[in-house]
Ligand binder design. Structure first.
Ligand code: BG6
Ligand code: MG
Length: 208
């Protein structure tokens, strides 16, 4: 394999923000009287904020206008941003720093490819703001995963061909996006459809 760059999803790959997302959506849903649980939360993995809201609203009896929907998403994000203030470098997932520093030593470029508009805040909280060669996130895309845009932009920022890049993902939508971009795909957790599955992040070093 001739991989010259690895693009990492952020949420669920570098750091686990699942619980913060869950608590943010749960608080908003409870206030609105909408049923929401951790099983539904799993469906939000890798999906944009507004698409996540639409999934949650499948359980709502009330029809919301676009303006009201924007207000609900903004309210949830306010709670979420409050919760992620508690993240620290200790929340970086096991094996991640070892893998990242080994890739750097090998001269492999590393980037972030995340749907989240909160990527800059999260990277700051975990002390990795200046660590990656490029960051492509929810702030520079118009189409969310499974569209390949976020990964294609990351490759562009790195000055790499898509075929020279690999992606690491915890979401089915992210694996689909990586494939659509023509990149090698590595899955962590329960993401399906990847070229390779990683039991731990350090396994990445067996391939790259
Ligand atoms: C993804 C998460 O990384 O970012 C999704 O897996 C989330 O659950 C999406 O909805 C958008 O995040 P944010 O921070 O812009 O609301
Ligand atoms: Mg993810």
């Amino acid at each position: 394999m001739s991989i010259k760059a690895v693009i990492f999803d952020l949420d669920g790959v570098i750091v686990s923000t699942d619980d913060c997302h869950y608590r943010g959506w749960k608080k908003m849903a409870d206030e609105e009287g909408i049923y929401f649980d951790r099983t539904i939360n799993e469906r939000l993995r890798g999906v944009s904020r507004m698409e996540s809201l639409n999934i949650i609203l499948e359980r709502s009896e009330k029809e919301y206008t676009e303006e009201e929907k924007t207000a609900l998403a903004t309210r949830k994000n306010g709670y979420y941003v409050e919760f992620i203030q508690a993240l620290t470098p200790d929340d970086i997932l096991p094996g991640v720093m070892e893998a990242l520093s080994s890739l750097k030593e090998k001269g492999i470029k590393i980037a972030i490819g995340s749907s989240s508009k909160n990527t800059p805040i999260i990277l700051k909280q975990i002390g990795l703001s200046d660590y990656f060669d490029a960051v492509s996130d929810g702030n520079n895309i118009s189409k969310s995963k499974p569209d390949p845009e976020v990964f294609v932009k990351a490759a562009e920022f790195l000055g790499m061909q898509n075929s020279d890049c690999a992606i690491v993902e915890d979401a089915d939508a992210g694996i689909e996006a990586g494939k659509a971009a023509g990149m090698t795909t590595f899955a962590v957790g329960s993401a399906k459809g990847s070229d390779y599955k990683l039991e731990t992040m350090k396994d990445l070093l067996k391939y790259v």
